[in-house]
Design a protein around this ligand. Structure first.
Ligand code: BDR
Ligand code: CA
Length: 311
């Protein structure tokens, strides 16, 4: 048993790969999930909040869910990508409505308060941000002390030396709120950037998920992943799932799963390259993932989902 798991909050827009990341993190002995915060992105923030509560019900873990931003800081909102994650975010899979209500605090205040509390216990918080970065940017503006309180922010987003997935340059989470991404990367807190450069190396396939031990959570993930695998068959010519968000949570649990290099980055805020990340040599230094142990990340995900912790 891990007696010193890393306290973590996942800021998320669930989302099929978000759901994999959340369920695996809940089962991961190296992590202690303190709660979830939600943001628009793969679905609306209302739907994201319902989905987060439903996932926690499925896992029988009644942790707090704090709802966050409904739209980007400055740019016009984009349509939700239902062709990637389905109309409700989990492909064709459906979960029963939750009887629980979201936390009364909005996501930025919740993140700041939990970060302060965790630091005071001597076990500072890691934030895994796996959606648009609007909540984190708002937390920086409204609660600037958060930069001192968190241990690390692991961001799934951007495409550094790799083509984007929204256009030739930009990755979806950065593209959906480039202003927020720029502020989060520029803030004086420790960021690990887990970009498409590494998340497109780690994949799972329907057979991997079908081979997991039977259970409510594994059945749900296998069912939701069918839609995601179909999307990748059409868009990326392989029938499986990129492990974008699960790579971020796996790295929060085990930083050695990645090789990083310090880089100074800028985010393009508008125009056809909106959301693009470039190495500019100015601004704070960020740990940027340049290589990932993709087989280890896949094994980590499957082992967490199979370890008997989840119903
Ligand atoms: C990111 O965008 C979303 O579709 C995924 O959940 C992931 O967070 C990948 O670009
Ligand atoms: Ca996501």
């Amino acid at each position: 048993m891990n007696t010193n798991p890393t306290p973590i909050i996942i800021d998320t827009d669930p989302g099929i790969d978000d759901a994999m990341a959340i369920l695996a993190a809940l089962a991961d002995p190296a992590l202690e999930v303190l709660g979830l915060t939600t943001v628009f992105g793969n679905v609306s923030v209302e739907r994201a909040t319902r989905n987060a509560l439903q996932l926690l019900d499925l896992a029988e873990r009644p942790l707090p869910v704090a709802a966050g931003a409904a739209r980007p800081l400055e740019r016009a909102p984009a349509p939700h990508p239902d062709f990637v994650h389905g109309l409700e975010g989990f492909g064709e899979a459906r979960l029963p409505p939750s009887a629980r209500a979201p936390d009364q605090r909005a996501a930025p205040g919740f993140l700041a308060a939990e970060a302060r509390r965790a630091r005071s216990t001597g076990r500072p918080l890691t934030i895994a941000a796996v959606g648009p970065l609007t909540n984190l940017a708002t937390a920086l503006a409204e609660h600037p002390g958060i930069v001192e309180d968190v241990a690390r922010v692991v961001v799934m987003g951007g495409a550094v030396r790799h083509p984007g997935n929204m256009n030739p340059f930009a990755e979806a989470n950065f593209w959906q709120d480039p202003h927020a991404a720029a502020r989060v990367l520029a803030a004086p807190w420790p960021v690990t950037l887990v970009s498409l450069d590494v998340t497109e190396c780690a994949r799972v396939y329907p057979d991997d998920l079908a081979a997991l031990p039977p259970g409510r959570c594994t059945a749900f993930i296998a069912s939701a992943a069918e839609h995601y695998a179909e999307f990748h068959r059409e868009a990326n010519a392989f029938h499986g799932c990129y492990l974008h968000d699960p790579t971020a949570t796996a790295v929060a649990a085990d930083p050695t799963a990645l090789e990083t290099r310090p880089m100074q980055l800028t985010v393009t805020l508008e125009g056809e390259a909106e959301g693009r990340v470039q190495e500019t040599g100015t601004g704070p230094s960020i740990d940027v993932a340049i290589a990932a142990n993709a087989p280890a990340i896949r094994r980590h995900l499957l082992a967490s989902l199979a370890n008997g912790t989840l119903p």
